[in-house]
Design a binder for this molecule. Structure first.
Ligand code: TRP
Length: 356
C-alpha cells in the first residue's frame, strides 16, 4: 500500500499577486506567533490577504505548534515564552490590519487535533533525507547552529505544514519565497496520498507570491524582531519617527548636493512599498541620484507615508485591545469552524491509509 518516498520532485506552480486567483480557490496562510507583526509582513502578505477577503474562502492559521520548533521563541532557560498570549497578539494584528472575521476564518493550529493526526500519517510518506534536503530547513539548521542535535520536531515541521495546507484543502497559499520548498513538499505528499488511494483525495496547491520584494529592516539587514530593526504594525508616531530616522541610506551621501544611491537605500525600499504616489517617488529617486536631495526631507516624507498606513491599524488595535474577550471569541469561533473542515479531511486520509 505504501508508495516509495523520494521519487517525485516536480516544481510547484507559482503565481505572483492577487490577480492570479480563481473564484473557487481555497486560501490558507499561517504565521508563527513569535512576536508582533511588522510592516514587512503587511507588505509581503497581510495586505494581499486583506485584498483576497470576500473573493475566495480564506483561513489564517496561527501556527503555535510550529512556533515551538523555533529556537527563537524560547527564553534563555529553554522554557517556551507564553505562546498563548502571542497567539492573541497575532490575532489582534490581523484584525487591526483589516482582516474581517466574517469573511476570513482565523484558527489556532494546536487546537485542531486533526492537523496533528494528519502530520503523524504523512510522516510515513517522507524520508529524513528529503527533509534534510529542504532548502529552508537547511538554511535554518545552519542559522541555529544545529549540528547533530537537530530536534525531530523541527526537522519535521514541513510535514506539519503540509498537514495545515491539506487539512483545509487549500489550493492557494500566499507566502514569501522562503516558503516555496514547503509548498513543494506539500504537493509531493498530496500526490502520494492521491496515488495511494487511486483518487483525488487532496488538491495540489499553488504559492501566491507577493509582488513586493522582501522589505529590509531599518538597518538594511533582514527585518527581525530580535534585531529590533522592524517597524511594528502597532508603532506609535514616535516609534515611526525614531525608526525612520535610523534608516540606512547611502553612507557616501554626506551633503544633500552629493549624488546618492537609490539601490540598497532603505528609505526608497519603504517608499516603493507604501507610497501610493509612484510618479513622485520616481522623481525623488532621480533628484537623489543626481544630487540635490537630502536625507532629511526624504525621511520626513516617509514618516508621513507610514503614518498614513499605520494610523488606521493603530486606531483599530486600540479599540480592540480593550476587548480581549472579543479577540478570544474570534479565535474560538474560527477554530471551531476550521475543526469541521480539518476533521473531514482527516477522515478521508485515514481511509486512504486503510485505518477505517
Ligand atoms: N512556515 C510559515 C512561516 O514561517 C508559517 C506557516 C505555518 C504556514 N503553517 C503554514 C504558512 C501553512 C503557510 C501555510 O512563518
Amino acid at each position: 500500500m505504501l508508495v516509495p518516498v523520494d521519487d517525485a520532485a516536480p516544481t510547484p506552480s507559482t503565481c505572483i499577486s492577487g490577480d492570479a486567483t480563481r473564484p473557487d480557490d481555497v486560501v490558507l496562510t499561517g504565521d508563527r506567533p513569535t512576536g508582533a507583526l511588522h510592516l514587512g509582513h503587511y507588505a509581503g502578505s497581510l495586505s494581499t490577504r486583506v485584498a483576497l477577503q470576500g473573493r475566495c474562502a480564506q483561513t489564517l492559521l496561527i501556527a503555535d505548534l510550529q512556533a515551538l520548533t523555533d529556537a527563537g521563541s524560547r527564553a534563555a532557560d529553554g522554557a517556551p515564552v507564553a505562546v498563548a498570549s502571542q497567539v492573541e497578539e497575532v490575532a489582534l494584528d490581523y484584525l487591526a490590519a483589516g482582516i474581517d472575521p466574517t469573511f476570513t476564518t482565523i484558527a489556532v493550529q494546536s487546537r485542531l487535533s486533526a492537523l496533528a493526526e494528519l502530520t503523524v500519517l504523512y510522516l510515513n510518506l517522507v524520508s529524513v533525507a528529503r527533509l534534510e534536503r529542504n532548502p529552508t530547513v537547511k538554511a535554518e539548521v545552519e542559522l541555529r547552529g544545529f549540528v547533530r542535535d537537530i530536534p525531530a520536531g523541527f526537522l519535521c515541521y514541513p510535514v506539519s505544514q503540509a498537514a495545515d495546507i491539506t487539512g483545509f484543502r487549500a489550493t492557494l497559499v500566499p507566502v514569501g519565497d522562503d516558503q516555496l520548498p514547503m509548498i513543494e513538499q506539500t504537493n509531493e505528499i498530496v500526490r502520494r496520498v492521491n496515488r495511494m488511494s487511486g483518487a483525488q483525495v487532496l488538491p495540489e496547491c499553488r504559492a501566491l507570491l507577493s509582488a513586493t520584494p522582501r522589505l529590509p529592516g531599518v538597518d538594511g539587514r533582514k527585518a527581525s524582531k530580535s534585531l529590533g530593526n522592524a517597524i511594528p504594525l502597532a508603532a506609535s508616531p514616535d516609534d515611526i519617527r525614531r525608526l525612520v530616522r535610523a534608516m540606512y541610506t547611502d553612507p557616501g551621501h554626506l551633503r544633500s548636493s552629493d549624488p546618492g544611491r537609490v539601490e540598497g537605500n532603505v528609505v526608497f525600499a519603504y517608499l516603493d512599498a507604501f507610497d501610493p504616489d509612484e510618479a513622485t517617488v520616481a522623481e525623488l529617486k532621480s533628484r537623489y541620484e543626481h544630487g540635490g536631495l537630502g536625507d532629511a526631507p526624504l525621511k520626513r516624507r516617509l514618516e508621513d507615508v507610514l503614518e498614513q498606513v499605520i494610523a488606521p491599524m493603530r486606531a483599530r488595535r486600540e479599540a480592540l485591545a480593550n476587548d480581549r474577550a472579543y479577540v478570544r471569541d474570534v479565535l474560538r469561533a474560527g477554530t471551531e469552524r476550521a475543526g469541521g473542515t480539518t476533521h473531514a479531511v482527516l477522515r478521508a486520509v485515514r481511509r486512504t491509509f486503510t485505518l477505517d
